[in-house]
Design a protein around this ligand. Structure first.
Ligand code: ADP
Ligand code: MG
Length: 366
């Protein structure tokens, strides 16, 4: 048995990495530090450059500019097969004509390990991905989830210092995906391997990661922990992409930002944008109806336009006095009790902790 604690992990540095295909700038001066042993996820919409950045780390895409370092060592001129990286892709990319054991042992055969050692390490890797005793089976006899476990076993069997995964669970159904998410995280914690994981699924990113890097059009908009990304998004793009949100334009008056004539109360760690106008971001789950007046809360007045029964919750639509329509989720009993029907005037409130101001470019007419 190999002592997993001896597996070394390496930090990754991405410094000013750019890549263009024709006129399209796919990576635009990307800077990123992945800490040794960290689980970092690249999250972004399709086409934002996630796979290209991962492929640059792996050595399958040559950057036009910038540097990539594993530890102290620059990888830019290092061919892919010498980078010592474990990789898992969306499509399993297993060899269909080989057994499970032959697939997993492949990286060890390339590295000229002895047969008995390969057998032992394949068995160990299969244990790690909770698939013991299937080394002799054909890949075609396995389910989708099992195949992805085999791909994972093959990626870690040679004890890489860095593990890269590109949407490895996107072909699986929801239940299996959630189970595999937990297993991937547990595996990471046992191995301590520096992991860069790619997904376009925000929940998956928030669940799995130590930190999330949100990508948009070849740039990284924010790198932070799940709570920070969700509760303190740095840009409107991040706020829009993750979770549900409404945006209320605010104008600066007498030096500050006001809501319905009252100065906005903000959490102490919130930066106030410097421009003449800003976005107030509202998450539906943070809006409350008719909370008692309280200095720690911002208040918004409006009229109920609709309420829609959705099973365990109902969605209440409210047109605020300045015209923006927001929605919030309430229990059906709450709506009944508060007598919230169409045309009813309501006061909504938002706790200072949940109040987020985002920069708004001048002329940003959204
Ligand atoms: P993501 O993984 O975030 O969906 P990709 O990194 O795959 O994004 O792609 C980013 C953009 O780069 C896309 O618009 C894609 O069409 C383009 N692109 C990626 N690879 C190539 C290539 N080899 N040639 C031309 N365009 C490419
Ligand atoms: Mg991709």
């Amino acid at each position: 048995m190999v002592d997993v604690a001896t597996r070394r992990a390496l930090p990754i540095t991405v410094a000013g990495v750019s890549k263009a295909y024709g006129a399209q700038q796919v990576l635009d001066q990307v800077d990123l530090e992945v800490r040794s042993g960290e689980f970092l996820t690249l999250l972004g919409p399709s086409g934002s450059g996630k796979t290209t950045l991962l492929m640059a780390l792996a050595g399958f895409v040559q950057p036009d500019a910038g540097d990539l370092r594993f530890g102290e060592r620059s990888m830019v001129l290092e061919p892919a097969h010498k980078r010592g990286i474990g990789m898992v892709f969306q499509s399993y990319a297993l060899f269909p004509h080989m057994t499970v054991g032959e697939n997993i042992g492949y990286p060890l055969r390339l590295r000229k390990h002895s047969k008995p050692e390969i057998r032992a390490r394949v068995a160990e890797a299969l244990e790690l991905v909770r698939l013991p005793g299937v080394a002799e089976r054909r890949v075609s006899q396995l389910s989708g989830g099992q195949r992805q476990r085999v791909a994972l076993a093959r990626a870690i069997v040679f004890e890489p210092a860095i593990l890269l995964m590109d949407e490895p669970l996107s072909a699986l159904d929801k239940q299996l995906r959630e189970q595999m998410q937990r297993e991937i995280r547990q595996l990471h914690d046992r191995l301590g391997v520096t992991t860069v994981y790619v997904t376009h699924d925000q929940r998956e990113a928030l669940t799995l990661s130590d930190r999330v890097a949100v990508m948009n059009q070849g740039r990284i908009e924010q790198v932070a922990g799940a709570f920070q990304i969700y509760q303190r998004p740095a840009t409107r793009f991040v706020a829009d992409f993750i979770g549900e949100s409404h945006f209320l334009p605010l104008q600066r008056r007498d030096g500050g930002f006001c809501l319905a004539g009252r100065p906005l109360v903000l959490p102490p760690d919130q930066d106030v944008p410097s421009g003449e106008s800003a976005w107030l971001m509202l998450r539906p789950e943070n809006l409350m109806v008719d909370a008692a007046p309280d200095l720690g809360r911002n208040r918004l007045e409006g009229v109920v336009t609709d309420s829609v029964f959705q099973g365990e919750s109902s969605r209440l639509y409210v047109r605020l006095d300045d015209g923006l329509e927001v929605s919030l989720r309430l229990g059906p009993a709450q709506i009944r009790e508060l007598g919230l029907g169409q045309g009813q005037r309501v006061t909504l409130s938002l706790h200072a902790e949940d109040t987020v101001l985002l920069p708004r470019e001048d002329g940003d007419g959204r």
